[in-house]
Design a protein around this ligand. Structure first.
Ligand code: MN
Ligand code: MN
Length: 478
């Protein structure tokens, strides 16, 4: 008997030593760290509530950075300051803490995106139909259209009037604001036009129209008097005419605040975890830095959800100008070779979320490799889909470096793969930065209901994401 017991113990020890078990954050943290998890969640929710569009994100990032002594590039150059920010077209922002080392030895970069799937107003959106007034939209990014029906929506964005004056709208977030909505068809009549169709065909983009009014202006002789009433309201309130929509960027997003989710308040349900969870976690990490040997750069990109194109996306060469400016502040010649030398030697995290194993749809995931809610920050070696196409696929050497760093710093982490090999897939900005020759890997918080108006994240995972980003920047500097 004694021998059997000892051999049982032996195999248990062997299993513990050799197997790789995912670790649940809640099993690994002290009472004190648990308090930090919940405290972090409050700060994050506050950021989410104030940051529902890319422009709002940029404004809030800059305000928080200025509080910590960051200066715009030109001012920083004059004063020789080490904490710098660059804003490009109000939609992308970079924060840097200039290090003591020559930047050609490489930067430590964390890059995330602050655009989220939403509905954009068209440039000629206003119309009336059966005595109701609507705004037409064109959806932005990957949405399941039905999720946007029959729910309160808010309107955010910028309008530039004929005279050049600019106005910022944010309607539907305060308790006494009106909200907007897209009406859905009653189930009694939906059998054929929705129920018998494939989901992908049952909901049409051109039917995602926002209901905005129903009281006419004038009597029945007035042409389009319902539409007239709304444009008249906008004119009286904001000085707008209909043509001003042509120089506006108005975004329709879910109304309301981020909420604690579950009896135990362990989760957060909110719009925009993808990718504002990465934005906020990396922002807190960089705002906590002062003196660094290696130059630290946080990139907050726009346009990721539609392919990272455009002047404010991760493909924009504004990035190279930022690196050129960093060379200048270090007194190094600004030429293409030096920019590329700095970038090639850099280490980067593409900070982005991953889809967590969905309990009701486990069949689309490969369970051994899918990220799980509550098991910490998710490291995603490659994205893409069947055959790893269009993925940057991080190198083993780099993963080895990162894993050692996380393990020695008490970061609870897991690996993730987005779905079964042949199921589908997605991409991130990793490949665009990888094209400069730097090491980069995707790293972020796993989500349920990803890309929905109410995405779900674990407070434990969010906390581990911020911890991972902090040790990445601090570890870089060891
Ligand atoms: Mn994302
Ligand atoms: Mn996304």
């Amino acid at each position: 008997m004694a021998k059997k017991n000892s051999s049982k113990k032996h195999f248990e020890e062997l299993t513990e030593k050799l197997f790789w078990e995912r670790r649940l954050v809640w099993d690994c943290v002290s009472e004190e760290e648990k308090k930090e998890i919940f405290a972090f969640a409050e700060r994050y929710k506050n950021f989410l509530d104030r940051s529902k569009t890319e422009r709002e994100c940029v404004r809030n990032i800059v305000a928080m950075a200025e509080e910590k002594g960051f200066m715009p590039w030109k001012e920083a150059k004059e004063k020789g300051a080490k904490k710098i920010y660059w804003v490009h077209q109000g939609k992308t922002v970079y924060l840097a803490v200039i290090g003591r080392q020559d930047v050609r030895e490489g930067l430590a970069i964390i890059a995330s995106h602050h655009d989220s799937p939403r509905l954009d107003l068209k440039q000629n959106p206003l119309y009336e139909e059966v005595d109701l007034v609507f705004l037409k939209t064109h959806y932005y990014g990957g949405i399941k259209k039905y999720q946007w029906l029959a729910r309160p929506l808010s309107l955010h964005g910028k309008v530039i009037l004929q005279d050049g004056s600019e106005l910022e709208l944010r309607i539907g977030e305060n308790d006494d604001d009106p909200v907007f909505t897209i009406a859905d068809l009653l189930p009694h009549l939906a059998r054929k036009v929705q129920g018998e169709k494939k989901v992908s065909e049952a909901f049409e983009g051109e039917k995602l129209n926002i209901l905005v009014g129903s009281i006419p202006l004038g009597d029945r002789k007035v042409k389009e008097r319902f539409k007239l009433a709304i444009i008249n309201y906008l004119n009286k309130s904001y000085g707008m005419t209909e043509e001003d929509f042509s120089s506006a960027e108005l975004e329709v997003v879910p109304a309301g605040k981020a909420r604690d989710l579950g009896f135990d308040r362990s989760l957060i349900g909110a719009y925009g975890h993808d990718d504002r969870s990465s934005v906020y976690t990396s922002l807190e990490a960089i705002l906590g830095l002062d003196e660094v040997p290696r130059t630290t750069l946080a990139c907050f990109y726009d346009k990721e959800e539609i392919g990272s194109d455009g002047s404010t996306g991760a493909k924009s060469r504004f990035f190279e100008l930022v690196v050129s400016n960093i060379l200048e502040i270090q007194g190094i010649e600004q030429n293409v070779s030096n920019i590329l030398e700095a970038l090639t030697a850099s280490r980067a995290i593409s900070a982005d979320v991953n889809g967590a194993l969905d309990p009701d749809y486990q069949e689309v995931h490969e369970k051994r490799n899918a990220a799980r809610i509550g098991y910490g920050v998710c490291v995603t070696k490659f994205t893409g889909s069947g055959g790893k196409y269009h993925s940057s696929d991080a190198h083993a050497e780099y993963l080895a470096w990162l894993r050692r760093l996380f393990n020695k710093s008490g970061v609870v982490w897991q690996t993730g793969e987005l779905g079964k090999v042949d199921e589908g897939g997605g991409g991130t900005i990793a490949k665009f930065l990888a094209s400069y020759g730097m090491n980069i890997v995707d790293c972020g918080t796993p989500l349920l209901s990803m890309h929905s108006p109410f995405e779900i994240a674990s407070k434990a995972d969010l906390y581990m994401t911020t911890k991972a980003f902090k040790v990445f920047w601090k570890g870089e500097n060891n």
